[in-house]
Design a protein around this ligand. Structure first.
Ligand code: EPZ
Length: 421
């Protein structure tokens, strides 16, 4: 296992290019299963999760080639196992997003239940209930879910909770269903909207993506496309925090400003300047940060995937900040590690009270999940001395070689392979 060693205290300056979004690429890779011809995806981030999804698609019978540009040919799926095995699903829950496409395009599939996750129980009941509403016959046994349906039928379905993955799974299934489907209380995330753009390019008829209801007129067939993955708002948000907490001045090239309003508002409240420029978003950190209160919400609210990162900013701010996590029940795993670095954070239930300004000092810390590991790297950038972040395989799931991306901005970061147990 690798570790990353950070010598803190540098002001970050310069330009960084925002890469393709993990949470857009993963469901779009699954959408390729809906078509009869190859799909080419560009600006694909080189992440372990994307590799896992490509492995899953290859196991299903797809021919998958490339990395930054990925060509997915589903020709071999009909003769394949139509099964997402436990070994892959347990490493990446997003694997369950093959369920809707396989069921809709091939009439049946078998998918391992994902099991627990570091940040919460994360059930898939809404995915299953949505597919059942479209006529799927579902059987749960031996840790797997079997789904069958000769041809899915359009229906009206209301999600009990706003779920990104559930919305994506059911909208992909409905794209090939007979008749029209109306989905209520759907997720409005940019990655859901991007999936609707992709499906409509493939020949689907989806209306209302980005609002809380969607109408999907089923079609008989979809075709392969050539599509460039949109820039990653969470990667951009993470680097915006890096600039703000280091009194830095960073231009985030291709930052998807329209997807970042909630993050920009909070950084400006904390005293940072966020300037929209022709090539992207420029973030200038203040000499002193002000406290902020955060409540994570589905989009367009403040993203839960930025909660850990913004907590580092709150730890550096002059005063008390209150951070409430409403999406996942166990997403404060980074707190004890930030406290080890010298932050003053008290958690009670789903609320963290963060008092600053802290003087962080470097030590050994353990990454526990993707965004928690990003917060530890951010804290290491501003801590005195040396911080060693272990188990960085978590960060490789969502950030492409983060040390190589931040070093040109002045960060002193080095990865040591196989040294971070
Ligand atoms: C997506 O996960 C993202 N992952 C997550 O990002 C992100 O945190 C999450 O959406 C929320 O924005 C990908 O896109 C691959 P949900 P997803 O279904 O789809 C409950 C990252 O850091 N729920 O919207 O799994 C669930 O337990 C990752 O990049 C049910 O109760 O999230 C949670 O409390 C982490 N039943 C809430 O809904 C269901 O059937 C939101 O989960 C489904 C979900």
């Amino acid at each position: 296992m690798d570790k990353i060693v950070i010598h803190g205290g540098q002001r970050l300056r310069g330009e960084i290019r925002i890469l393709g979004a993990k949470n857009a690429a993963l469901p779009i890779q699954c959408a390729a299963l809906l078509t009869a011809s190859p799909t080419t995806l560009r600006h694909v981030p080189r992440l372990s999760d994307v590799k896992t999804m490509s492995e899953l698609l290859a196991g299903l019978g797809c021919a998958v080639e490339g990395d930054r540009t990925l060509v997915i040919d589903p020709a071999g799926v009909a003769a394949g196992p139509l099964e997402a095995p436990y070994e892959l699903v347990k490493t990446m829950r997003a694997s369950v997003t093959v369920m809707g496409p396989l069921l809709a395009a091939y009439g049946r599939c078998r998918v391992s239940l994902p099991g627990g996750c570091a940040i919460g129980a994360r059930p898939i009941d809404q995915h299953l209930r949505g597919l059942e509403a479209l006529g799927a016959k579902i059987k749960l046994a031996h840790g797997y879910v079997d789904l069958k349906a000769k041809r899915l039928k359009g229906a009206v379905f209301t999600f009990d909770v706003v779920t990104v993955g559930g919305t994506q799974n059911v909208m992909m299934a409905a794209a090939l269903a007979k008749g029209t489907t109306r989905l209520e209380n759907v997720a409005r995330e940019p990655e859901v909207q991007e999936l609707a753009v992709v499906l409509n390019k493939m020949g689907a008829k989806i209306h209302g993506a980005g609002t809380s209801a969607m109408e999907i007129e089923g079609v008989d067939t979809l075709h392969g496309i050539d599509h460039a993955i949109l820039p990653d708002r969470i990667e951009a948000g993470t680097f915006m925090v890096a600039a703000a907490i280091s009194q830095g001045d960073v231009l985030l090239e291709h930052a998807p400003v329209d997807h970042l309003h909630a993050v920009i508002a909070k950084l400006e409240e904390a005293g940072a300047r966020c300037l929209v420029e022709p090539r992207g978003l420029r973030v200038i950190g203040p000499e002193a940060l002000k406290p902020i209160d955060i409540v994570t919400r589905p989009h367009p609210g403040f993203p839960t995937d930025m909660q850990a990162q913004i907590m580092v900013l709150a730890a550096m701010a002059d005063g008390a900040s209150v951070i409430r996590e409403t999406i996942f029940e166990n997403r404060f795993m980074h707190v004890p590690e930030l406290v080890r670095l010298g932050a003053n954070i008290v958690v009670s239930g789903n609320t963290a009270v963060v008092r600053g300004p802290a003087t962080l000092s470097g030590t050994i810390v353990m990454a526990t999940d993707l965004r928690a590991s990003a917060s530890l790297v951010l804290a290491g950038l501003v801590a005195e001395g040396t911080t060693e972040v272990r188990r960085v395989y978590h960060i490789d799931r969502g950030y492409e070689t983060i040390e190589d991306r931040l070093r040109p901005l002045g960060a002193r970061m080095t990865r040591y392979h196989g040294a971070g147990g």
